[in-house]
Design a protein around this ligand. Structure first.
Ligand SMILES: [Zn+2]
Length: 196
């Protein structure tokens, strides 16, 4: 089994739920797990990973992985929102995965709302993490295409085309297919309502 994994998908594709279920199953099999999530800016971060479907698990909140080392008996590390860590943090994970009998499962986003890859996600690809795409459908009503992109909206419902790559919370985001991204972000292409 590969020892470094990247489960990626758009917002709302059940990444956190899958992380929690994976940790639960490992614990049930007697394998000790550690769950980590990023501390972002100075926002309050609860010490848990929470899924929209109502399940949660305790987590350690870290700004970076500089001073973190898994416990000696940890068999699996699960990291939520990996895109908010840095490429240096990914390199540290590589070192741990390659020097200890441990499996590291990263969960997060591939691209931001400007169709740019997150640096940590890019680094995971560069270092050969095993990639697992988690699929969900475009959130534009009537569309059944694979969601691969994010659109960010301001308070007036206008698409935001600039700004910080790191913005938290998904209330002003939609996960959309490439066609709808290009149509709504760039104004190119035409699609019939609900058509393919
Ligand atoms: Zn779509």
């Amino acid at each position: 089994m590969a020892n470094l994994h990247f489960h990626y998908g758009t917002m709302g594709c059940s990444k956190s739920a899958q992380l929690i279920i994976n940790a639960y199953n490992q614990n049930k099999n007697g394998n000790k797990t550690e769950i980590i999530k990023p501390k972002i800016d100075n926002r309050f971060s609860a010490n848990s990973v929470d899924s929209r479907i109502g399940i949660s698990a305790n987590a350690t909140v870290l700004a970076n992985l500089d001073n973190w080392t898994p416990a000696p008996d940890t068999r699996m590390v699960l990291i939520d929102e990996i895109q908010f860590f840095s490429p240096t943090d990914i390199d540290k994970l590589v070192h741990i995965a390659d020097s200890r009998p441990i499996i590291i499962m990263c969960y997060g986003l591939m691209v931001d709302s400007n169709e740019k890859i997150f640096p940590a996600s890019c680094r995971l690809i560069e270092v050969g993490a095993k990639l697992h795409r988690m699929e969900s459908t475009c959130q534009i009503p009537g569309c059944m295409h694979l969601a691969t992109h994010h659109l960010r909206y301001d308070a007036n419902g206008n698409v935001v085309r600039a700004g910080e790559q790191i913005a938290v919370g998904d209330s002003n985001y939609k996960s959309v297919c490439r066609q709808h991204f290009n149509m709504l972000y760039h104004g190119v292409g035409r699609r019939e309502q609900g058509g393919r």
